[in-house]
Structures are given as C-alpha cells and as structure tokens.
Design a protein. Structure first.
Lengths: 114, 115
C-alpha cells in the first residue's frame, strides 16, 4: 500500500525567498511520484512527475523536485517565490505495475508575502 | 480540447434529495475517477473506472454510486444526500497503460452543499 506525508499544512515565505515543500512517501513497489498545484476555486494541475528516468525533475513555473530513495522523499523547491505561487500543493504517489490509483497527501498551503 | 468538464459547478441539496454529477472528457482516456476534497483531508477516491462499462470502489464509496455507460462520461450519483456529503467533488481521467506513469487530468470541481 502507498501513503504520502506532507510536512507542514501551511508554509509562508517572502517574495523572492526559497520555497521548500516537503513530501515523504511509503510504497511497497518502486513509486511514481507527482506534485500537483491547486489555485483557489480551481482543479488540480500537474507541476511535475517522477517516473524513474532522472532523480531531479523539473516542472512548470520554475519548480523542481528531487527523488531520494534512501530518504523516501520527494521535496518540491523553487529558488525564488513569486506572488503568483500562492496556492495549495499536493504530493501524490502511485504504485508501479497495474496500480494506477493515486494516493494524495493532505496538502500544503503556500502563502507568499510581499 | 475542453479536457475534463464537470456539471454542475455548484449545487445545494436538502437532506434526502438525490442528484447526479456529470463528468466528461474529450481526451479518449480509459481511466476515470471521482474524488472528494475536504479541508485538511486532501483528496479521497470515491469510485473509479478502468473502461467503459466498468466501475470499482475507492477509499470512501459509501453513499455514492457511479456509472460509465460511455467512455467519455463518468456519472456520480447521490441517492439520498446527507450533510456529511457536503464537499468539493473532482473528476479526473488518465491514460491506462500498465506501468506507465500517466498523470491524471482534473476537472474544475463541483461544490456541493447538503443542508
């Protein structure tokens, strides 16, 4: 079975500061990992995904995430926060093979202060 | 392409009433999903479908039924709404090849309030 833990339900940063959103996963098989972003009153949009091709994954809007098997982590980072990055971010894991269902973390709300 | 669309966007029901939420996708995806989103709970899978004519239970299926009569549509029904079903409902779809990390595409959501 898969599970995801997002550390910190709310993260607040200043504009221009580093963004770090933490995600730890548990999976009995090699995982596929995803980060989604949800802007207010909208659906979820894919930021990036890890599919075992490369441990450092680059996504949209300047975000990237690094898969660390030894730490079972897939933390999301962005060097410099913009006001437009304010949103809720969800980490999700999917087991390999025929297990196509995603298990989501509870989300981290990112606030960007001017 | 419209992607994934959901109807309606908002709905208020009284306890005991029934309703159907419609999800449509134009990407020829095999798999479709219904989630509910509640504050602090993330997204929880209600039901899903791996192809036309098939459905299966997810994590929180009680009180809901689904049907997938056409590949592009996935309907979520509430037969007798309860206040505990007040939530935001999201539909998603994805390709279905085994072992491939296809992402899920989400609709804009339906905000349902049961009074």
């Amino acid at each position: 079975a898969q599970s995801v833990t997002q550390l910190g339900s709310h993260v607040s940063v200043s504009e221009g500061a580093l963004v770090l959103l933490r995600c730890n996963y548990s999976s009995s098989v090699p995982p596929y990992l995803f980060w989604y972003v949800q802007y207010p009153n909208q659906g979820l949009q894919l930021l990036l995904k890890y599919t075992s091709a490369a441990t450092l994954v680059k996504g949209i809007n300047g975000f990237e995430a690094e898969f660390k098997k030894s730490e079972t982590s897939f933390h999301l980072t962005k060097p410099s926060a913009h006001m437009s990055d304010a949103a809720e971010y969800f980490c999700a894991v999917r087991g390999g093979g025929s297990n196509y269902k995603l298990t989501f973390g509870k989300g981290t709300l990112l606030t960007v202060n001017p | 392409n419209a992607g994934v669309t959901q109807t309606p966007k908002f709905r208020v029901l009284k306890t005991g009433q029934s309703m159907t939420l419609l999800c449509a996708q134009d990407m020829n995806h095999e798999y479709m999903y219904w989630y509910r989103q509640d504050p602090g709970m993330g997204l929880r899978l209600i039901h899903y479908s791996v192809g036309e004519g098939t459905t299966a239970k997810g994590e929180v299926p009680d009180g809901y039924n689904v049907s997938r009569l056409k590949k592009q549509n996935f309907l979520l029904g509430l037969e007798s709404a309860a206040p505990s079903q007040t939530s935001v409902y999201f539909c998603a779809s994805s390709y279905g090849l085994t072992g491939v990390a296809y992402e899920q595409y989400f609709g804009p959501g339906t905000r349902l309030t049961v009074t």
